[in-house]
Write a protein that binds this ligand. Structure first.
Ligand SMILES: [Fe+2]
Length: 479
């Protein structure tokens, strides 16, 4: 293929773009970048310098003016913008992703409107303050992608998109901007994987809104594009189906996502050597479907996102960089080691589509096929004295908290939590897996995992949430 793996930047034309108020707009790599410069109290747009936009490695970044407030309240009332929700045109709702201290990525998917208008509001204790209105957004094959910058760190925002008539709208997408560097608090995350059709419409995910999460980790197999036919539209249809399913639509209305992919975003157990063309199409559709930033290299999927001094998220691409001799690929492997070693965050959470835990005979198409890579990486983390590492994985269709090696073996002190499946068929292996040894707990129902990362208590409190919204089981990890 003449183009690189990351060449699928999404096109979108500017049309008659405009902003109401002081926001500034530009187009970058097909994404409409809106500089909100939400001014701190006592200032105006005119005397607020526009913060620079981040590119490349997304970790730790964001810029904040010294007087910008942090630690904003969660509003006591939901934002109710004008106009009725059009659940047909906007069946996919609205998605936000990859929040930083001063920004977020936004995606709106629909196929009827020629122009969209997007409105952004910041939550205060008991009301919402509109901070930006962007008009004239022209969808590219149905999808509008916006990057908001200039937001306040650690605040709750809402974003909504309107149809061309100016009345009908999407549901509200709530999100929280990340903590700025140097600050810390309990960070509340969700995670799941494997949104297959068995348990559609994924009722467990609809309860995410009750938890006011800071972000939600999608660990892969968000779609199952294994239908044996090859038109490029197949991926688009799978994504439209997934995003319009109530569980995922409710989830993405409630918090921003941080997504990686696994095999089923392309096809079962694919690899670049044999399925490169399909992978390119699957990658392009994935990056169009979910709002995400461009990582430093390769597929652009692997990247780092910081939540102050409390949490750093290391998003792995365990599919698109793989070669016959390297699981992560040399570039991603070097990046992961360097950024883990440099991280000062209390908790380092690694988004890992297929478990790094040794599942014995149940291990397939993952780390255990690259045993030396696995050993060297885990040994590096140990040798460098890197603390606070928690692996979080999906793929296997049962959930657990486990050690990555059985008791008595080399890495029996390294922890991994499995999340999901939210929707796919439950794996009988979960029933057969005994509890109490390597697998401290086994969850054999559809679920998502809540992670309360508490730096002061030096612990991560885990709770798996089921289809009725109740807690299936809890575990606390002290690190
Ligand atoms: Fe799966």
């Amino acid at each position: 293929m003449p183009h690189s793996r990351r060449s699928f930047l999404i096109g979108a034309s500017a049309g008659a773009l405009g902003c109401v108020g002081g926001a500034r707009v530009r187009i970058e790599d097909g994404v409409t970048v809106v500089d909100v410069t939400d001014p701190p109290p006592g200032t105006t747009h005119e005397d607020t310098a526009a913060p620079p936009t981040q590119t490349g490695d997304t970790g730790g970044g964001g810029t904040t003016t010294p007087q910008t407030p942090t630690g904003g309240p969660e509003p006591s009332v939901a934002w109710e913008p004008e106009g009725p929700v059009d659940a047909v045109t906007f069946a996919c709702g609205i998605q936000t992703g990859d929040a930083t201290p001063d920004g977020v990525m936004v995606t709106v998917r629909q196929f009827a409107e020629e122009r969209l208008r997007v409105v952004v509001a910041r939550g205060e204790a008991d009301r919402w303050v509109q901070v930006a209105e962007i008009t004239g957004l022209v969808p590219d094959r149905g999808v509008v992608r916006v990057e908001l910058v200039g937001l306040w760190p650690d605040h709750t925002y809402g974003v909504v998109a309107y149809a061309g008539d100016g009345l009908r709208r999407t549901v509200v997408g709530r999100f929280r901007t990340a903590l700025p560097p140097g600050s810390s608090r309990v960070v509340r995350l969700g995670a799941t994987s494997c949104l297959g059709s068995t348990n559609a419409p994924w009722p467990n995910l609809s309860f995410a809104a009750e938890h006011q999460l800071d972000a939600f980790l999608l660990l892969g197999d968000t779609i199952y594009a294994d239908d044996g036919i090859t038109p490029a539209s197949r991926w688009e249809q799978h994504w439209t189906d997934a995003l319009s399913t109530s569980g995922l639509r409710d989830l993405t209305a409630a918090t921003s996502v941080v997504a990686t992919w696994d095999d089923h975003e392309v096809t079962n157990n694919w690899n670049w050597q044999d399925d490169g063309d399909e992978a390119q199409s699957g990658l392009a559709a994935f990056r169009r479907a979910l709002p995400m930033r461009d990582g430093p290299a390769g597929t652009g999927i692997w990247r780092r996102l910081a939540w102050g001094d409390a949490v750093e998220l290391f998003v792995l691409d365990c599919r698109g960089e793989r070669t016959r001799t390297s699981y992560l690929g040399p570039e991603q492997d070097a990046w992961l080691r360097a950024t883990l070693a440099a991280s000062t965050a209390r908790f380092k959470i690694i988004l890992n589509s297929v478990p790094i835990a040794d599942l014995g005979l149940l291990s397939s198409d993952g780390w255990m096929d690259f045993r030396e890579d696995r050993r060297q990486l885990l040994q590096y983390i140990r040798d460098e004295g890197i603390t606070g590492v928690l692996w979080v994985a999906g793929d296997v269709h049962w959930a657990t908290l486990c050690t990555v090696d059985p008791p008595g073996e080399r890495f029996d002190d390294v922890l991994e939590a499995f999340a999901g499946p939210a929707g796919s068929t439950l794996n009988p292996a979960g029933v057969l897996t005994p509890e109490g040894g390597q697998f401290l707990e086994v969850i054999r129902l559809h679920n998502w995992l809540r992670l309360e990362c508490d730096p002061d208590a030096n612990e991560v409190r885990l709770a798996w949430i089921g289809d009725d919204g109740g807690v299936l089981t809890r575990r606390t990890v002290r690190m």
